[in-house]
Design a protein around this ligand. Structure first.
Ligand SMILES: [Zn+2]
Length: 71
């Protein structure tokens, strides 16, 4: 049986990672998803608009996670 190298589709595919960050406005915990891996312009950026449940502040899609405070 030949050992065929199974090529996963990992390359180029961004995997969203769950993060809890502080709302920039009211410091309430907001759950965001951040792309890990994939293209460099997406890595570490939020996958979608996330609204703060407390004050309604929207963290826009594409916000770099380093700009957000970890909860
Ligand atoms: Zn808030």
């Amino acid at each position: 049986m030949p050992m065929s190298a199974v090529r996963g589709c990992q390359e180029g595919k961004a995997t969203p990672k769950f993060l809890e960050v502080k709302c920039p406005r009211c410091k309430e915990a907001v759950e965001v998803f951040v792309y890990m891996g994939g293209s460099a312009d997406k890595t570490g950026r939020t996958t979608a608009d996330e609204k703060c449940p407390e004050c309604g502040y929207v963290i826009p899609q594409g916000t770099p996670s380093e700009r957000l405070e970890r909860y």
